[in-house]
Design a protein around this ligand. Structure first.
Ligand SMILES: Cc1cc2nc3c(=O)[nH]c(=O)nc-3n(C[C@H](O)[C@H](O)[C@H](O)COP(=O)(O)O)c2cc1C
Length: 399
C-alpha cells in the first residue's frame, strides 16, 4: 500500500449502519501513513461518535457547516482543496440522492459540491434501496459526473436481507484507494488518441448526411485514458458531450478532417477508433442550397475515406496498439470479425446498435471484444464502465 503514504484523504461518513466499519478504515489508512480529515454527516453522528472518530483520526472531526471557527477559513471549500482525494463511506441512498441533485444542505454535501478533487463513493444500503429505480437513476447521474465507485458487494446486509448493497470491507476500500493512486501512473508517458461521435458529409451548404452517434462511448474512453495518465487527444465529430478534463479536444466535421486530425497525432502508442464515420459522401457537393424542386430525386454517393485504414495500414502512422469499434445491427459476430481482420486492428469492440438496444445516445453498451486470439462477451454495463474496463486492459497490455 505504498501509494497511501502521506496522501491527504478526506473521509465523509454518512448515516448508515456500516459507519462502524469506517472506524476500522480510519485505522488502516493511518497505519499506511495517510493523513486524514473526517466529516460526519448529521445522521452519521447517530451511528458513530465524534469522540471515537477524532481519537482514531487524531484530528478534530468536522460536522458543522456554520462553524464560525472553521468557516473563517472557508472550511467547506478548503477541506477539499487540501485533500488529494475524498472518500464517502458509507455513502447512503440519501447521500447519493443529495449528490445527484446538487444539494449543499450540510457540511458534507456543501464540501462535495464545492470539491475539485476525485471522489470515491462507497455505497452501503439495503438491497431493495439499492435496486430502487430512484437510487439507480441517482447512481447513473453521479457516475456521469465522474464519481468513482468502490462496491457495493453482494451479501447479507445489517437488516438481515441478502443481495447487492453491502459495503465493501475496509481492507478492500484501502486496496481500492491505493489502486486509484497507482492507476494514475499506469499509462504515464503514453500518447493516445480517440475518435468519437459521428462525422457529417455535406450535400450543400445547409444539408448533410450523418448518423445517430452521440460520442458518449468515445468521450468516456478519453476520460478514462487521461485518468490513467495517458497524454490523450480526443478527435470528435459534432457531439453535445463535454470534453473530459485533461484531454486535448480537436473538433472536426467530415471523415477527411477526422483522418487529417488523426494523422497529426500519429504515430501514437494507443489509437482508438470509436467514431461512427459516415461510409459514403456525396459525389458532387453543391456550393449553393439546392432548391426544393431543383434536385433530381437521386443523390449520387461515393465511398468515403476510411479513417482506420488511412492510419493503421500506414507503417509510419500505425499506433502501437490499434483498437476499433464496430456498430452493427445484424450478424454482429461475423461482421465484426470481418472488420477486425480486414482493418488489421489489434482489438475490436463490437456493439449492437439496433434500435431496441438503445446504444446510440444511451448510457449503456454491451460488447463482444475481439483480440487476435479470440473473443469474449462483456455483459451490458454503463458506457463509463466499458471505458474503464477497456483502459484497464490497455494498461495491462503495456505492463
Ligand atoms: C438503524 C438505521 C440504519 C440505517 N442504515 C442505512 C444504510 O445502511 N444505508 C442507507 O442508505 N440508509 C440507512 N438508513 C437511513 C439513513 O440513516 C437516512 O436515510 C439518513 O437520512 C441518511 O443520512 P446521510 O444522507 O447523512 O447519510 C438507516 C437508518 C437507520 C435508523
Amino acid at each position: 500500500m505504498q501509494e497511501l503514504k502521506n496522501k491527504k484523504i478526506l473521509l465523509i461518513i454518512g448515516g448508515g449502519i456500516a459507519a462502524y466499519k469506517s472506524l476500522e478504515l480510519i485505522r488502516s489508512l493511518k497505519k499506511y501513513g495517510s493523513q486524514l480529515e473526517v466529516i460526519l454527516t448529521s445522521s452519521g453522528r447517530k451511528f458513530v461518535t465524534e469522540l471515537s472518530v477524532s481519537q482514531l483520526a487524531e484530528r478534530e472531526v468536522h460536522t458543522d457547516l456554520f462553524d464560525l471557527k472553521s468557516e473563517l477559513k472557508m472550511g467547506h471549500i478548503n477541506l477539499s482543496r487540501n485533500a488529494d482525494i475524498i472518500v464517502v463511506a458509507p455513502a447512503t441512498a440519501n447521500l447519493i440522492s443529495r449528490l445527484a441533485h446538487g444539494m449543499a444542505d450540510e457540511l458534507a454535501t456543501a464540501t462535495l459540491l464545492a470539491s475539485n478533487k476525485p471522489i470515491i463513493i462507497v455505497p452501503a444500503m439495503n438491497p431493495q434501496m439499492w435496486n430502487n429505480p430512484a437510487t439507480q437513476k441517482n447512481l447513473m447521474s453521479i457516475k456521469k459526473f465522474g464519481y468513482h465507485f468502490c462496491g457495493p458487494e453482494i451479501g447479507e446486509t445489517a437488516c438481515g436481507e441478502n443481495g447487492m448493497g453491502r459495503m465493501e470491507e475496509p481492507s478492500s476500500i484501502v486496496h481500492y484507494i491505493n489502486e486509484y493512486f497507482s492507476k494514475k501512473n499506469k499509462l504515464k508517458n503514453k500518447k493516445a488518441f480517440v475518435t468519437a461521435g459521428p462525422t457529417i458529409e455535406p450535400i450543400d451548404p445547409v444539408r448533410y448526411i450523418s448518423n445517430n452517434s452521440s460520442g458518449k462511448q468515445g468521450y468516456a474512453i478519453a476520460s478514462a485514458l487521461s485518468k490513467y495518465g495517458a497524454n490523450t487527444t480526443l478527435i470528435s465529430g459534432p457531439s453535445f458531450e463535454k470534453a473530459p478534463e485533461g484531454v486535448e479536444l480537436i473538433k472536426v466535421k467530415t471523415a477527411m478532417e477526422m483522418l487529417d486530425a488523426v494523422k497529426s497525432c500519429s504515430p501514437a502508442d494507443i489509437g482508438i477508433f470509436a467514431a461512427a464515420v459516415v461510409d459514403w459522401k456525396i459525389k458532387e457537393y453543391k456550393d449553393h442550397k439546392i432548391k426544393k424542386n431543383g434536385y433530381d430525386r437521386m443523390l449520387e454517393l461515393i465511398e468515403n475515406v476510411s479513417v482506420i485504414q488511412g492510419v493503421v495500414k500506414n507503417n509510419s502512422l500505425k499506433p502501437e496498439l490499434s483498437i476499433g469499434f464496430a456498430a452493427e445491427t445484424e450478424n454482429i459476430y461475423e461482421n465484426a470479425k470481418e472488420k477486425h481482420s480486414k482493418n488489421d486492428l489489434d482489438w475490436l469492440l463490437a456493439n449492437d446498435v439496433s434500435e431496441d438496444q438503445d446504444v446510440f445516445n444511451g448510457d449503456y453498451n454491451s460488447i463482444v471484444f475481439f483480440d487476435r486470439s479470440g473473443s469474449e462477451t462483456w455483459q451490458r454495463m454503463p458506457k463509463v464502465d466499458v471505458a474503464e474496463k477497456l483502459v484497464n486492459k490497455i494498461s495491462e497490455y503495456f505492463q
